[in-house]
Design a protein. Structure first.
Length: 68
């Protein structure tokens, strides 16, 4: 299993946290999602078929693009 961490400057409230958590959890292969509201960090544990490209693309699609 792999883990990635992203800085997502658009996280501003608990609604953002829930949206990111729920959307990423639906991605096939994602095992866990943790969103740190204060630090604006998203941590994702995943295994194939999920990959970093799919995670980043989904974050962009839901209007929470990570700062890479």
């Amino acid at each position: 299993m792999s883990e990635v961490n992203y800085y997502v400057p658009g996280i501003s409230c608990h609604h953002c946290v829930m949206t990111i958590t729920n959307e990423l959890a639906e991605l096939d292969g994602v095992k866990s999602v943790h969103v740190d509201l204060e630090g604006k960090q998203v941590s994702v544990s995943y295994e194939p078929p999920a990959d970093e490209t799919a995670i980043v693309e989904l974050l962009k699609e839901i209007n929470y693009p990570p700062q890479l």
